[in-house]
Design a protein around this ligand. Structure first.
Ligand code: HEM
Length: 454
């Protein structure tokens, strides 16, 4: 059964901003529709207003490259990444720091993502995938997004701490807190807290729960390194972070960084995997082709795929690339100008906020043929070879490009192959699957999926 995919449709006219709130109501009513509608201008820079703030939406790949890559020194992370909401969700870490603080954090953590480590990570990812898949039974209906969140959290936990943390129920607690924060954010769209609505007590409680679990995870990890000199050689991600084994404000810094990696390292990957499986559920031919590839590599076994298997699985990678194109987990990436400048013919004032949208660009008919169709094979030939960097950027671009991008691609391909080898996923609904643009681009909250044994 195929599932129609559509975005909602807002009654707001994006051309006519509200006298006081500007484009905020139209954006809040339906952010994806708003962006898609802006795309009809097709070129240049679109000037928008959110309350009293001016925002500039980029519609040209070359302009996106200018902001994220060539002129990156003049474009820092926007103020919305420093709002209390984002702080509750991500903390103060690599994603929202700047200057020398960012450089120190970046250079420490980057070693965790060296190619030489990927084989070991791949083993770990496959082991954890099988463990989770073993808890499923054929015919069962699962909350796919929730399952993927828990799995990618387990993976992030191992990456951070080198072993499975033994803090009771930490995965469920963190997944619950992330879910609640996503729902709260979704129910008071305000462009990442730039709008006037205050946080609810539910949001504050979820953030406190998240912080308390992270404090316990860090304490447990530091106790282990105190009692076992071997673990100093563990070289897990936490041990590469500035603030490791320090007290006071440095410990707070470590807290922020662990929170960033738990959030950034699990949420986007789980969203990408969920969308890939939902897309496959609606496209039986592509699903069958993927299954054939996985079976041809793994044979008639339930063994988990390895890193070297992935070189023989180009279609698996193409499915992930295509899911990231159609449903980029980070559907908007913003920057803020330090000094006044120009982009194309548009003057950007000092402090001006510049928005780029993978959602918008990656569905542009100027760049992709049949842009709204799920067609993984477009990634197999020459069709996508010359796409500009500012037209397909699910991991961002330039110096602030996703640090975990290679890890995430390996993780997504391995988990997808392990699931497809065992189960066909069906979405037992006729209704359209409307993407839910909260902080990330999630599938509808609570979407159930049926597992059919292969
Ligand atoms: C499919 C999965 C993923 C997607 C689509 C994704 C996407 C992104 C994007 C778009 C950015 C840049 C944001 C910006 O420019 O403002 C980013 C940054 C980042 N991501 Fe990912 N990410 C994924 C998985 C991961 C994983 C698995 C990790 C770590 C284990 C990770 C860690 C980070 C970090 C630390 C940054 C900040 C880098 C910096 O500012 O220096 N991400 N990610």
């Amino acid at each position: 059964m195929t599932h129609p995919m559509r975005i909602g449709r807002s009654d707001f006219n994006t051309d006519v901003p509200h006298a006081i709130t500007g484009h905020l109501p139209a954006f809040n009513a339906d952010p994806l529709w708003f962006l898609t509608d802006c795309g009809r201008y097709n070129r240049g820079v679109l000037s928008l207003r959110i309350l009293h703030k001016k925002l500039f939406l980029l519609l040209e790949p070359a302009d996106i490259e200018q902001v994220l890559i060539t002129d990156h020194r003049n474009f820092i992370k926007p103020e919305w990444l420093r709002t209390p909401f984002v702080n509750r969700l991500l903390g103060d870490g690599l994603v929202n720091s700047e200057g020398p603080v960012w450089r120190t954090r970046h250079d420490g953590c980057r070693h965790a993502f060296e190619n030489s480590r990927m084989e070991r990570y791949a083993e770990m990812i496959s082991e954890l995938s099988l463990q989770r898949i073993d808890t499923w039974t054929a015919g069962e209906a699962i909350n796919l997004q929730r399952e993927m969140t828990q799995l990618t959290l387990e993976v992030a936990g191992r990456l951070l701490f080198g072993a499975d943390p033994t803090v009771p129920d930490w995965v469920t607690e963190v997944a619950d807190a992330l879910d609640t924060l996503m729902v709260c954010f979704g129910s008071r769209y305000s462009l990442f807290g730039m709008g006037p609505l205050p946080a609810s007590s539910r949001e504050i409680r979820a953030a406190r729960r998240l912080d308390s679990v992270i404090t316990n995870l860090i304490s447990q990890r530091l106790e282990q390194s105190g009692s076992d000199s071997q673990s100093f050689a563990r070289q897990d991600l936490v041990s590469m972070m500035p603030g490791y084994q320090c007290e006071g404000s440095d410990r707070a810094q470590l807290h922020g960084q662990v929170k960033t990696f738990l959030g950034a390292g699990s949420e986007s990957s789980s969203v990408a995997l969920t969308w890939a499986l939902v897309l496959l559920a609606g496209h039986p031919e592509e699903d069958a082709r993927l299954y054939t590839e996985v079976r041809s590599v793994l044979g008639n076994t339930m063994r988990s795929p390895t890193l070297s298997d992935l070189t023989n699985m180009p279609y698996t990678r193409a499915v992930i690339s295509e899911a990231l194109r159609l449903y980029p987990p980070l559907w908007m990436i913003g920057r803020q100008a330090i000094e006044a400048t120009t982009i194309g013919e548009c003057a950007i004032p000092a402090g001006g906020i510049v928005m780029t949208s993978p959602w918008l660009m990656q569905r542009s008919a100027r760049i992709f043929s049949d842009p709204n169709t799920f067609r993984p094979e477009r990634w197999l030939g020459s069709e996508t070879e010359s796409i500009p960097r500012g037209a397909y950027f699910p991991f961002g671009a330039g110096p602030r490009i996703c640090m975990g991008r290679n890890f995430a691609m390996i993780e997504s391909c391995l988990v997808l192959a392990a699931i497809v080898n065992r189960y066909q996923v069906e979405i037992p609904r006729d209704e359209p699957i409307i993407p839910w643009p909260t902080v990330t681009l999630r599938t509808p909250h609570g979407l159930r999926a049926q597992l059919i044994a292969r």
